[in-house]
Write a protein that binds this ligand. Structure first.
Ligand SMILES: [Zn+2]
Length: 452
């Protein structure tokens, strides 16, 4: 059904479109879910048009989270002080097996709304708590119901439970084939696409990795694997030896890869997801791989990863990525007690890593990632009038260093307003809160853990 025009009017528009650039006072016109024009003083063409007053606001492309375990949305603060192994014990071994399909629906819905609330309009959902086909169906349904755009990445463990990550290693759940046929017969379903969240060499045998990758490629689905975390060396080397590297692989973390492994990813056209909070807080590496990826022109984008012990928004990730990369780049000079003259990378580079670059990671940059006429109308509007964002200089620098989810005023996905006046307004927003509370109580009862 054709929708009325939506006009986002009078904001500081940061497009990331190379032809358009920034408009200090600009309008974005939307019709039928697409951006139709960007410029000054655009008038809506349809009667009944809705106008969003964006004066004093920053208007930007909807943020893209390249890697997130969305089902963990109700578990915030559960693993505040853990490394990767502590997280595996507490969440993957501790809570995940107790999730019913209803819990998975509630957690995923809440997690997707958390992302939308923070201005994230596209998410790659690395879903690794699918113990039955009903769990997989619930996950897809929750993403659909939230209104978010994204890639549903079918992970384990399937009926094998935690043995999925052990040896002997079972194959990836064949149920992925059913989900593709039922939910994604045309490759795309509503705002969702599909891929496979595979264990990769870090978490299974080379033989199983080979078979899993063959399965994904037979289905024509993109692949995402965790690589390069401390304690799990040589993942990319192993993929190379097996002849499996390619442009359809999203490499997550990549923190402790060797130079040769980064070169291999660059040469084969793979992408990298950077998760600065988790990379550093959970001791996956010394620094995020930001500089290594950018230096080689690898498609790289920011991500939140797990929300059980870190935040939920990409503004934090932008700040951490910039601070960490400057620290890494200057570490040698600083350790020699030299004064550093120039610093590299800026806040705009980070915002690009959370929009257009992030869209490239999932080969979605033809659809989202910039405010370009013809692209999907995924737009995030941030209120820049409060004291912490009302700066003297470049609004993008102020935004990246100071903004949080609470500053996101309006969120539009495919022309549909899902956050307005700072409040989630989508059709499931209220219901999601009740479901999440119910699920937390049930999980606590079932596990004896304090998950509230
Ligand atoms: Zn992850």
């Amino acid at each position: 059904m054709p929708q009325h025009d939506l006009l986002i009017s009078g904001g500081h528009v940061v497009t990331f479109d190379p032809q358009i650039g920034d408009l200090p006072q600009g309008d974005v016109l939307i019709r039928d879910g697409r951006i139709t024009a960007v410029g000054a003083d655009l008038a809506p063409r349809a009667p009944g048009a809705r106008v969003v007053d964006a004066r004093g606001r920053l208007v930007m492309p909807g943020l893209v989270d390249t890697h997130r375990h969305v089902w963990q949305g109700a578990l915030g603060g559960h693993t505040g002080q853990v490394s990767l192994s502590g997280y595996s014990r507490a969440v993957i071994a501790g809570l995940a097996p107790h999730y019913t399909p209803e819990d998975l629906y509630a957690g995923t819905l809440w997690g997707a709304l958390q992302a939308l609330n923070a201005g994230i309009t596209t998410v790659a959902d690395w879903s690794h708590n699918l113990s039955t086909p009903r769990h997989a169906d619930a996950n897809v349904r929750a993403l659909h119901d939230s209104g978010i755009r994204g890639v549903f990445l079918y992970g384990g463990p399937g009926p094998d439970g935690l043995a999925f990550f052990g040896v002997p290693a079972p194959q990836h759940p064949a149920d992925a084939r059913r989900v593709q046929a039922e939910h994604f017969p045309d490759g795309i379903s509503g705002r969702l696409r599909m891929g496979l969240a595979l264990r990769g060499p870090a978490f299974t045998t080379p033989e199983t990795t080979k078979n899993d990758f063959a399965f994904a490629r037979k289905l024509g689905l993109p692949i995402s694997v965790h690589v390069g975390m401390a304690g799990f060396p040589d993942s990319v080397e192993t993929l190379d030896k097996l002849g499996l590297l390619g442009p359809d692989i999203n490499h997550v973390h990549a923190t402790q890869l060797s130079d040769r492994e980064f070169d291999l990813i660059a040469d084969t056209g793979g992408s990298i997801s950077l998760s600065p909070s988790v990379d550093m807080l959970m001791a996956l590496g010394t620094y995020p791989a930001t500089g290594h990826a950018l230096a080689r022109g690898i498609a790289a984008g920011l991500s939140v990863d797990t929300t059980t012990g870190s935040g939920t928004d990409l503004f934090t990730e932008m700040r951490l990525a910039l601070a960490a990369e400057r620290s890494r780049a200057n570490a040698d000079a600083v350790s020699r007690h030299e004064a550093v003259e120039d610093v590299e990378l800026n806040q705009r580079d980070m915002l690009k890593l959370a929009t257009l670059d992030a869209a490239r990671v999932w080969h979605l940059d033809h659809e989202v990632g910039s405010i370009t006429p013809g692209k999907q109308a995924d737009v995030t509007v941030v209120d820049m009038r409060p004291p912490h964002l009302n700066g003297f200089g470049d609004p993008v620098a102020t935004l990246v260093m100071g903004a949080g989810a609470a500053d996101v005023e309006t969120v539009v996905v495919g022309g549909e307003i899902l956050k307005a006046g700072g409040i989630l307004v989508g059709p499931v927003a209220e219901h999601a809160r009740e479901l999440m509370h119910e699920s937390r109580v049930n999980l606590r009862d079932r596990t004896g853990q304090n998950a509230s």
